[in-house]
Design a protein around this ligand. Structure first.
Ligand code: SF4
Length: 257
């Protein structure tokens, strides 16, 4: 491969170019450039062998760069049982009808998280956290939609104030995966426009209660909000003098690499 070809490529990392050059020197055969770049990226981005196998098997036309892009992961999430069956051998209790998935907590798993699941073992703990089961549709007589009784401690629609110095601020109803154990499954992924349209009453409540020093942003997942929207929450809360701590409850870092 000539120097000219390197210059025409999109490579702009001198160390990558240097490694590629050395490999060319060592071999009479030219290594495919894309493959070489991918190998370097894999090293830098620490892709595990099992992830590589998974990508090769299920997403053969996907680059490591795409795999490591959270937007690609979100866009290619698995949302139906039909899709899921292409990746896993589902047990009888995991084979559920789509209309049930729509009616109750929906199915959503990112390809990365799916790559961590056992193909066959329906009792694998991680698998049980994200794969729906028909048992979810059995509602026991003592079960309630809001098991933590958050509604009872909610002075403002999207605020839960249970402990004097802290509040839970629900800012979104969308998640990167839907966990089968979710205690807020009655509102995540549901049509809750009325509580996500106007956040000013919640800010006003926090401003008027100086004992609140800790605000936990949750939902849904706040890290799925746009940067602008997230900044809006952080700026508004930072401007309240008695708020000392702002926390973000999120699953994004573990499901979107
Ligand atoms: S709110 Fe949290 S626990 Fe519930 S589905 Fe979303 S990420 Fe999972």
């Amino acid at each position: 491969m000539t120097e000219k070809k390197y210059k025409n490529s999109n490579l702009n990392n001198s160390s990558t170019i240097s490694v590629v050059s050395e490999m060319v020197m060592e071999s009479l055969e030219e290594p495919p450039l894309v493959e070489t770049i991918d190998k370097e990226r894999q090293k830098k981005q620490n892709i595990s062998d099992s992830s590589k196998e998974f990508i090769k098997k299920h997403f053969p036309n996907t680059t490591i760069e795409q795999w490591n892009d959270w937007k690609w992961q979100y866009k290619n999430s698995i949302t139906t049982t039909e899709q899921l069956q292409k990746f896993l051998h589902l047990s009888e209790s995991e084979t559920i009808k789509e209309d049930n998935v729509e009616k109750y907590l929906p199915l959503r798993i990112t390809p990365y998280y799916l790559s961590l699941l056992d193909d066959f073992d329906a009792s694998q703990p991680l698998r049980k956290t994200v794969i729906p089961s028909v048992n979810e549709y059995y509602i026991g007589k003592d079960e309630v939609l809001d098991p933590l009784c958050e509604h009872g401690d909610s002075p403002i629609p999207n605020l839960v104030h249970r402990y004097p110095d802290r509040v839970l601020f629900l800012v979104s109803n969308t998640c990167s995966v839907y966990c089968r154990y979710c205690t807020r499954s009655h509102m995540v992924a549901k049509d809750c426009k009325e509580i996500f349209n106007d956040f000013e009453p919640a800010f006003k409540y926090i401003e008027e209660n100086p004992q609140i020093r800790d605000v936990l942003l949750s939902g849904g997942d706040p890290l799925l909000l746009s940067d602008g929207k997230l900044e809006y929450f952080l700026r508004r809360l930072r401007a309240i003098p008695h708020v000392e701590i702002i926390r973000i409850g999120t699953k994004v870092p573990v499901v979107l690499p």
